[in-house]
Every structure is written in C-alpha cells, then in structure tokens.
Design a binder for this molecule. Structure first.
Ligand SMILES: [Mn+2]
Length: 227
C-alpha cells in the first residue's frame, strides 16, 4: 500500500484536521456537530492513533469507511500491524498503552483491522488555496518535505517510518525550524494543553481522548474553530 498519499483541494467545503482520537469517536462526533461539520462537502483528516485507550476503538473501521474521512497511520495502528504480522512488540507496554482490546480479539477479527490500518499512508499532503499542507503522526525526519515524499514513494525505510510515527524530538527540544515546501505540517502523538506551533509544525493532540478537548483545525485558513 502507498506510504504517501496526495489529495487535491476541496473546492466544495471545508477541510478539518484533528489530533489523536484513541477510541473516543463519540466525543469526536460531538465536536464535529458543534463545528457544523457537513459530510456532504467537508472532509476530516486524522493525524493517526485512532485506536487504543478509549472505549470504542472498534468504531475506527466505520470511520475509515467514510469517503470524507482520511487518516495517516499512527504508532498505535503500527503496533497492531506489527503484532499481527509477527513483529516484535512489547506486549506489556502495548497493553498498558490501551492495546488490550486488540490483543484479546480473535486473529480473524484482528485481520479486519490490520487490513485497513495497512492501507493508511505514513504521510499525506493536501492542496489548499494557500499552499500545501502535510500530515503525519509524530515528526518529519527531513527538514525538506520533498525529501520525505520522495523517500516514502520509493522505498520502505523503517528508520524513516519510526521518526514519522514515534518521535517526540521537535516538541521536546522546542525546535522551531520550519519544514521546507509546506505551508504547514500537522502532527499529533505528544499531548499538549493547547495547540502548539513550532515553525510551521502544528501540534494538534490537545487530549480530546483524555482530559482535554479535540482541536479542529481548518486547514484552508489555518484557524482553530473550537479553541
Ligand atoms: Mn501516538
């Protein structure tokens, strides 16, 4: 499956992006209703981690089946894939991180999720009237978006995937160097109290799945509509 996806601009409605969901689809639905999200014309982009921790991870499949919903693969989707495919996963860590619902599923049920998670790109980019907006779960291993695009399009490099899905370096070090070739890069993975912009990198995991709220970013205008 393609590790990089490119989407054309939405000339009919709004494109909104949201941080980590972690099984809290009911809360997300409420946030969308408050934002008057219209699935007929609007699109919703997830920066990954749809499952684990929350009460309704199973609903991820219903959301992923919607034509207006687009997501990249987070480290929690990667954990499910890795476990199912026989990779090395620390099961205590995985269970502690909310993966119990998946580990306890029969293998055939796990397959239904893994098949969909494997279809998710590691990174995607969306055209907007004001420039290109990129998304991935954690951080870009390259300062130039074109380099990441070319890399994901041509080879499967586990080290590149690792940074894209797991790194907390940028936020920890307060690195405000922008990603070249993008108007904005949207990420999640590390919870923040309110959205945080470093350079042109927007950290959107404001803990809607825990004690925070879901930030919905209009990627056309780069404005938060509920913060
Ligand atoms: Mn994560």
């Amino acid at each position: 499956m393609a590790r990089f996806r490119q989407l054309a601009a939405n000339d009919k409605g709004r494109d909104l992006a949201v941080g980590d969901i972690h099984g809290h689809f009911q809360r997300l639905q409420a946030a969308l209703e408050q934002a008057a999200f219209d699935p007929e014309v609007d699109r919703l982009f997830s920066v990954g981690d749809l499952v684990d921790r929350g009460p309704a991870s199973e609903e991820a499949l219903n959301w992923l089946a919607q034509p207006w919903f687009h997501a990249v693969q987070g480290n929690h989707e990667a954990l499910a894939i890795s476990h199912y495919r026989g990779g090395r996963v620390d099961l205590d860590m995985y269970r502690a991180a909310g993966g119990g619902w998946f580990l306890d599923l029969p293998k055939a049920e796990q397959a239904r999720f893994v098949e969909q998670f494997e279809r998710l790109p590691v990174a995607l980019e969306v055209q907007t009237a004001h420039g290109l907006v990129g998304m991935l779960h954690a951080d870009s291993p390259f300062a130039d978006w074109a380099e990441l695009r070319a890399c994901l399009q041509t080879r499967d490099d586990p080290a590149v995937r690792e940074v894209c899905q797991w790194s907390r370096r940028r936020l920890k070090s307060g690195d405000s160097q922008p990603i070249q070739g993008l108007r904005a890069l949207l990420v999640g993975h590390t919870p923040v109290l309110t959205h945080k912009v470093l350079g042109n990198v927007w950290h959107l995991d404001t803990g809607g799945w825990s004690s925070g709220f879901f930030s919905l970013l209009d990627i056309g205008t780069l404005t938060l509509i509920n913060e």
